[in-house]
Design a protein. Structure first.
Length: 159
């Protein structure tokens, strides 16, 4: 027996207006919506904690910062070289991800070299960030070993 549920809306549907979304219950500011969307994205997209795999862009940034501190454009160049034509990291994704990594404690601001442009902000990997990257690398190595045993990859890792 199917049960029909009737959902009642407490407010009238919102209408995008100059000050945000306006409904029968009042208005919601654009900033409130942006913060709410960001928190949802952080919950669903951030996989830097626990046993979940890292997003490829997060792993690539941690690898790029493992050797030395770099500024944003330098990180973007290294990551794009690493990823080749598989993906292109643009400034929007880069700086949003750098903020997430800073918020998660995986990277931090670093001192700029004395001969560097003062407008550039440098980043470095933290001890926790290095551990997260090592854990991810070990997880990936396990999958590669499994693929080799299943004869998907040859011994040298070629396809």
């Amino acid at each position: 027996m199917a049960v029909k549920l009737r959902v009642r809306r407490p407010c009238a549907p919102g209408v995008a207006g100059r000050g945000g979304v306006v409904g029968a219950c009042g208005s919601v500011s654009d900033q409130y919506l942006r913060n709410w969307i960001y928190s949802l994205q952080k919950i669903t997209m951030s996989r830097t904690q626990g046993t979940e795999p890292l997003r490829p862009v997060v792993f690539a940034i941690l690898i790029a910062l493992n050797e030395e501190s770099q500024h944003g454009y330098g990180i973007m160049k290294v990551v794009n070289e690493q990823m080749g034509r598989r993906a292109v990291l643009g400034p929007g994704t880069l700086y949003r991800t750098l903020k997430e990594l800073r918020d998660d404690g995986l990277i931090e601001y670093a001192k700029s070299p004395t001969d560097a442009d003062a407008r550039r902000r440098y980043y470095r990997i933290t001890t926790e960030g290095r551990q997260v990257a090592r854990t991810e690398a070990a997880r990936m190595a396990d999958w590669v070993d499994l693929a080799r045993r299943g004869r998907l990859l040859r011994g040298g890792g070629t396809r």
